[in-house]
Design a protein around this ligand. Structure first.
Ligand code: ADP
Ligand code: MG
Length: 460
């Protein structure tokens, strides 16, 4: 039988106190600086060549393709101005074979999906020449070294993709080649990271666009992009030149603290890392994002089973068999018998009736793992806010106005109180708590659709 003391002890290992939070923020700030100087010790801090944030007045029809999470999404966005838009979209899966196959197969598949989409939604406009060439914003959410608005070299794969021959190549060119091979009237106009899209989409729909400073994703992976002073991007002379004082920087914070200087590192985190094909990298992401939290739950639950001398649940016996959606269901079940959770386990995992102690263990662990994720998220958000406001003096904060954050991703959207845990944690960080301006945040959906369209709209 599951013993409460064991369950509480294991769940307790996921607690992250205020002091740890503060050391994470300090390290985050120094890794941001190191990344901007490109001295090899920090996060990637990639300049995005996006320097104009939307005003809300943008108009026109644009295509957007999103690769980098669980699905491939093709959409067209009609920007209507006034912060309004309409959108058509189509989602398809990306098979394991495509994720681990050849470059040509993957990009050809994307081009064919664009063709299907155009046939379904834009056949008439294209036939009547109402639409001639469509500009496409390509949201490609993997680390790339961006060379210009529509050129970027893939640095490495993450999130389960592994096509070695693509590393070192320009992903826009790979896609444009396959588009041209099937003669589609489409130009890959912008390479977009999904976090940048989130930032843009939040700006566009914000009544006061100038307050939005950060786009952050907590979905399959995690990452953030923020508005930086161009002159600070020491590592990239090309990014320092250009119009306007600022440029959006893609932090690639999923790779924060890979040396585990400040991040928590439980036995469960260690086992998870061993099960991945990129051990030792994306260590922040492996403690925060949707791709990994289900697996951490599985490992921790099995550890409790072992200590309490219970057989492992069949549904939990295989690595990666638990989806993070289970954590949201477990953490939000407030009933005493945890019936909702039991029903979900039965329907999704074919689990028979579990003793209440076991159900409670799943709930307690889920809450602890999700809350730790949100607190870690807060450390990253705090780092960015401190960095963004550092040139301002205390007296300027009043004129600085609100600091607004766009959030995206299933965890942020569905894990109960995720945003609340972030806010609570931000209050424990003195340098953020002392900002007298208001911090606002909210879900910005469609970053990879609307955001990508907005970026494509700014290209010539
Ligand atoms: P993507 O990152 O692919 O754009 P999402 O933001 O939907 O897409 O994130 C997908 C990730 O979120 C998956 O790892 C999945 O396990 C997780 N997830 C899906 N549903 C939920 C949920 N209800 N609560 C928490 N996590 C979820
Ligand atoms: Mg997404």
């Amino acid at each position: 039988m599951f013993e409460d003391s064991v369950v509480n002890q294991v769940a307790g290992e996921f607690e992250l106190d205020a002091a740890q939070l503060r050391s994470l923020v300090d390290l985050f700030l120094s890794e941001m600086d190191a990344g901007l100087q490109n001295n090899g010790k920090g996060m990637a801090m990639i300049p995005t060549f996006v320097s104009n944030l939307p005003t809300g007045d943008e108009q026109g029809t644009f295509l957007a393709v999103d690769l980098g999470g669980t699905n491939l999404r093709v959409c067209s966005v009609k920007l209507l101005g006034n912060g309004k838009y309409s959108m058509e979209q189509r989602k398809v899966g990306v098979s394991q074979e495509l994720m681990n196959g050849s470059c040509e197969e993957l990009f050809k598949y994307i081009a064919l999906q664009i063709r299907t989409f155009l046939d379904l939604h834009h056949r008439d406009e294209l036939a009547s020449q109402e639409l001639t060439v469509l500009k496409l914003g390509f949201t490609f959410s993997f680390p790339v070294e961006q060379l210009s608005i529509n050129e970027g070299i893939l640095l490495r794969w993450t999130k389960g993709f592994n096509i070695p021959e693509a590393v070192g190549k320009d992903v826009c060119k790979l896609l444009q080649t396959q588009i041209d091979n099937i003669s589609l009237p489409v130009k890959v106009a912008a390479l977009v990271n999904d976090t940048v899209g989130t930032l843009m989409a939040r700006c566009y729909t914000n009544p006061d666009p100038s307050t939005t400073v950060l786009g952050a994703i907590f979905g399959t992976g995690t990452n953030g992009a923020y508005v930086e002073n161009r002159a600070k991007i020491q590592a990239c002379p090309a990014a320092r030149k250009g119009d306007g004082p600022s440029m959006v920087v893609n932090t690639e914070w999923g790779g924060f603290d890979n040396s585990l200087t400040a991040l928590p590192d439980t036995a469960y985190d260690q086992e998870l890392d061993r099960l991945t094909n990129n051990s030792g990298s994306q260590m922040f992401e492996k403690r925060v994002s949707g791709m990994f939290l289900g697996e951490i739950l599985r490992i921790a639950y099995n550890a409790i089973s072992f200590r309490c001398k219970e057989a492992v649940l069949t549904a939990f016996s295989e690595p990666w068999s638990v989806d993070t959606a289970l954590l949201s269901v477990a953490a939000s079940d407030g009933s005493s018998e945890l019936e909702e959770l039991q029903r979900f386990l039965t329907n999704q995992y074919a689990v028979g009736r579990l003793p209440i102690e076991n159900l409670r263990a799943i709930k307690v662990l889920s809450t602890a793992i999700g809350k730790r994720s949100a607190r870690l998220a807060a450390a990253a958000i705090a780092g960015v806010l401190i960095k963004y406001t550092s040139p301002f003096k205390k007296d300027d904060f009043v004129s600085l106005g609100d600091l607004d954050i766009g959030l995206d991703g299933s965890l942020a959207e569905f894990f109960p109180n995720y945003e609340g845990y972030i806010r609570e944690s931000l209050k424990e960080i003195p340098a953020v708590a002392s900002l007298s301006c208001r911090i606002t945040m909210g879900i910005a959906k469609d970053g990879s659709g609307v955001g990508a369209a907005l970026i494509a709209s700014t290209t010539v």
